[in-house]
Design a binder for this molecule. Structure first.
Ligand code: 13P
Length: 251
């Protein structure tokens, strides 16, 4: 089963308007001619419009780093799927480990965000991943299974075409300590089997599963060569046009 690769850059809480426009323009320029893969940028909300404008003549997809489930209302500090669309975005990330760990978002809240994003047609990346302590206690698969079953609760088979799962082991994020290709492939295969059991094999076969956690120009090729790794969710290395450029041109 050949799945279309997806390389996503999560800019986290970085970039002013000027930084963002330069970075997006440079990346869009490097994407021309790349027809066999998707490239997604997830800048901060404050620069979504500008980034969408800068990349408008490219195939780059723009997405938000989080999303509320309601169209509008009394949700101070939140951004709705309609607002993301209005700013030119067509995708969103939910359940990033920084949301889970720093802001105490739980599976129920993340599931709500995911269903809200899907109901407005956003391509939605659900992030999952175990902490170092959970891995050392041998609980990796149980943690991942819980995050996926709870996160996808109420998501119907017909909506799965718009879902992407990102496996980001917490211990590999921003630490320079990438999971080995074997460790990553093992969890990706587990996720695909789980989706097959929860839905059906054809949905699991089509699902794109990204790896995230210290992806860089030196390790991307080996990661992308794994059978069940369909893309990357890149943090630090996505803030530099040269390194992200090399990552999107993985071989
Ligand atoms: P780093 O690539 O900086 O480890 O961040 C990964 C990440 O959290 C992407 O969402």
């Amino acid at each position: 089963m050949k799945r279309r690769a997806l390389i996503a850059g999560n800019w986290k809480m970085h970039t002013t308007v000027m930084d963002a426009c330069h970075l997006a323009a440079d990346i869009a320029g490097q994407c021309s001619g790349l027809l066999d893969r998707d490239v997604l940028l997830a800048p901060p909300f404050t620069v979504l419009s500008e980034v969408s404008h800068v990349i408008r003549e490219s195939a780059v997809i723009v997405g938000a780093q989080n999303v509320c489930w309601e169209e509008k209302g009394a949700f101070t500090g939140e951004i709705s799927p309609v607002m993301i669309r209005d700013a030119g975005g067509s995708a969103a990330i939910v359940g990033h480990s920084e949301r889970r760990q720093i802001f105490h978002e739980d599976d129920a809240l993340i599931g709500k965000r995911l269903r809200g994003a899907l109901s407005f047609g956003l391509l939605t990346i659900l992030c999952v991943g175990e902490t170092l302590a959970e891995r050392e206690e041998g609980r990796t698969f149980g943690i991942i299974e819980g995050q996926i079953r709870n996160g996808l609760a109420g998501v119907e088979a017909g909506q799965m075409a718009k879902v992407v799962i990102a496996y980001e082991p917490v211990w590999a994020i921003g630490t320079g300590k990438t999971a080995s290709t074997e460790q990553a492939q093992e969890v990706h295969a587990f996720i695909r089997n789980l989706i097959s059991a929860m839905y059906e094999k054809s949905i699991a076969d089509q699902l794109r599963i990204l790896y995230g956690g210290s992806v860089n120009q030196g390790n991307v090729d080996a990661l992308m060569a794994q059978q069940d790794i369909d893309g990357a969710l890149v943090g630090g290395a996505a803030l530099n046009a040269e390194s992200f450029g090399r990552i999107i041109h993985f071989r």
